[in-house]
Write a protein that binds this ligand. Structure first.
Ligand SMILES: [Zn+2]
Length: 244
């Protein structure tokens, strides 16, 4: 069972995915229960980032109703490998800093994979890595690592406290996709000094950390954004009315 705050955040995130659908050519479906597992691993690995590999779940094709709901006029169905299927089980592949997290140990790569498949061995179709206390916007190292991805790359930004050596960093340019239970207010003048003092608490990690915010984005190696939709264990988007 996914915790209620995360399920509520997922429903709000999906509403935003629907509203912004014309900005995306494709979508991926990520089960929220996988996201919850990844969050747990992420807190256990602090202060490191973690790298997760996934393959598509070929037993879970995405219905046309869902595709129509979350993609717009620019939709194409041949953008990446594994498109059209819900993302399968997450596998914890590596941990490290913003650079080394993408460099899967060489003996591992040599043993299992051919040499020309990039720093991550390209074993999995899709990848996700975490940004502890940093916005989910790709760095140059992230963009480089994604060049060998056949599916898509995701970044999960996690804002938490106590911060340890990593105070929240958001000085980066790019599209932000927040994962919060409630829509963001439109209050002006909500200065960062004030936000720092009154940060919301979305949930608590098993490590005892307070979670103040989550951000999740996906992108294709060409740089185009991919719309993420969070689904229950039946592959149905949180917050989308069921059709019978
Ligand atoms: Zn990164």
């Amino acid at each position: 069972m996914v915790e209620p705050w995360l399920e509520e955040a997922a429903a709000t995130y999906n509403r935003s995915s629907e509203e912004k659908r014309d900005g995306y050519m494709a979508l991926v479906l990520l089960p929220t229960s996988h996201l919850e597992n990844i969050l747990h691993w992420a807190f256990e690995a602090l202060p490191d980032e973690i790298l997760i590999g996934f393959d598509p779940n070929h037993e879970a094709p995405i219905s046309t109703h869902i595709i129509d709901t979350y993609t717009g006029v620019e939709h194409r169905d041949d953008l990446f490998s594994g498109q059209g299927y819900v993302i399968g089980e997450p596998h914890l592949v590596n941990r490290g800093d913003a650079f080394s997290v993408h460099h899967v140990p060489e003996e591992w790569v040599d043993e299992l994979f051919a040499n020309d498949r990039g720093t991550r061995g390209a074993r999995f179709t899709h990848w996700l890595h975490t940004h502890p206390n940093c916005v989910a916007i790709p760095s140059t190292a992230d963009a480089d690592a994604a060049q060998h991805t056949s599916g898509i790359d995701m970044i999960l930004g996690i804002e938490f406290s106590p911060e340890g050596p990593l105070p929240w960093f958001e000085d980066a340019e790019g599209v932000r996709r927040r994962l919060q239970p409630k829509e963001e207010g439109t209050k002006k003048g909500w200065g960062s000094w004030r936000r720092k003092r009154q940060r919301p608490i979305l949930g608590r990690a098993k490590t005892g950390h307070q979670i103040h915010g989550l951000e999740l984005i996906a992108f294709h190696r060409t740089g185009v954004g991919v719309n993420v939709v969070l689904v229950d264990d039946d592959g149905w988007p949180h917050g989308l009315p069921k059709i019978t």
